[in-house]
Ligand binder design. Structure first.
Ligand SMILES: Cc1ncc(COP(=O)(O)O)c(C=O)c1O
Length: 381
């Protein structure tokens, strides 16, 4: 049986063949510890530093400002907990948005135990944070603003540079979770004006379990992991050299092909959207119509349940749900809830996300499969 068409690139991406190629020696022969001063350590050490330069190249920063982590979740934890704890004498107020990934929301909630308070700024019906709302939430004791660059569920791109400008004027640290935007749209820490930025390798054709955190020079978040002196003394633990090398290559590739990749992702996404819109009624788009990731298509099918749609299409198309229905209760995603998507629409929400490997033939088949499934379910209803 053929594998289902993969339209869940926001969930994770396949490894790029070129990424696999550069990682392979570190699985097979280059086993040395980068901290070793003997022959075996030399090439792994150089490979880690080369990867740091590749990541820095994509982010537009100095290599010394890039720290490798185990992924987006860990980077967000470092950034928020580390910064909050290091500045707790200055203030204990944080600002974030209601549509962040749990790797930000839960960290902010956890910090309440340590006496921190967080303002969760609302979004509009397109999932966009209003800059004025962030400005209004600022207090004398605010030390950190963390707003994601682009949303994983609906793709809305936030006005990070404007928020960061306000943060800088007020002397407040600005963090952004760029797990979903990196490799899809331009991410440049200088023009975005951010102090910290989180990267997740597996959204970018690199392996799972690798990521990075950009920390502006001069900023000193608390050490997250104590031990030996790896990662400039900031995150102890022998490096995952193979995955770091993979992340470096993935960033280099993203840097070289950003324009083309963006156009391809968008062409595939829009082909899917147009095809479905031509064949179905009672379907609506979630997220911002323009300020949205080029690959993300969150669609609500009125009156249906997302899990039933995914079951119907599951043998041919892999996508993800925006709501989970269990017998008589429906758990909507916090993002759709924050956007106030009416329940009869929200519970039938499916997120399709295209990627580098998506083809027009795949999209055309996916259109047929989804239309047939939705029509069948509506008839049965
Ligand atoms: C916006 C966002 N932040 C953080 C993460 C977590 O990244 P990781 O899976 O590398 O821990 C994800 C993953 O889905 C994400 O979409």
């Amino acid at each position: 049986m053929d594998q289902p068409i993969y339209l869940d690139y926001n969930g994770t991406t396949p490894h790029d063949p070129e990424v696999i190629l550069v990682m392979r020696p570190f699985l097979e022969t280059e086993f040395g510890n980068p901290s070793s001063s003997h022959w075996y350590g030399i090439r792994p050490k150089r490979a880690v530093e080369a990867a740091r330069r590749q990541v820095a190249g994509l982010l537009g920063c100095q290599p010394e400002a890039v720290f490798f982590t185990s992924g987006g979740t860990e980077s967000n934890n470092h950034a928020i907990k580390g910064l909050a704890r290091s500045l707790k004498e200055k203030g204990r107020h944080l600002i974030t948005s209601t549509v962040e990934h749990p790797a930000v929301l839960d960290v902010c909630r956890y910090l309440e135990q340590e006496g921190f308070e967080t303002t969760f700024v609302d979004v509009d019906d397109k999932g966009m944070v209003r800059v004025d709302d962030v400005a209004d939430a600022i207090r004398p004791e605010t030390i950190l603003i963390s707003v994601m660059h682009a949303n994983n569920e609906v793709g809305t791109i936030q006005p990070i540079d404007e928020i960061a400008r306000i943060a800088r004027q007020k002397g407040i640290c600005m963090h952004t979770d760029a797990a979903q935007s990196l490799g899809k749209i331009d991410v440049d820490v200088q023009s975005m004006n951010v102090d910290m930025l989180s990267v997740a390798g597996h959204k970018l054709y690199a392996p799972k379990g690798i990521g990075a955190l950009y920390v502006r020079k001069g900023l000193l978040p608390e050490k997250f992991c104590h031990g030996a002196g790896q990662e400039m003394g900031w995150r102890a633990g022998t490096e995952n050299v193979m995955a770091i090398v993979g992340l470096g290559k993935a960033c280099e590739m993203a840097d070289c092909s950003l324009d083309y990749a963006g156009r391809h992702l968008m062409a595939m996404r829009d082909r899917l959207h147009t095809g479905l819109a031509d064949g179905l009624t009672d379907m609506r788009l979630n997220g911002h119509p323009e300020h949205r990731l080029p690959n993300t298509l969150s669609l609500s099918f009125k009156g249906l349940e997302a899990n039933r749609i995914l079951e119907e299409i599951g043998l041919e198309v892999a996508a993800s749900a925006g709501a989970a229905c269990h017998s008589d209760t429906v758990t909507l995603s916090h993002v759709l809830e924050a956007m106030r998507v009416p329940v009869e629409w929200a519970k039938g929400t499916v997120r399709f996300s295209t990627g580098r490997m998506t083809t027009a033939d795949q999209i055309d088949r996916a259109v047929e499969v989804v239309i047939e499934a939705v029509q069948r379910l509506r008839k049965d209803h």
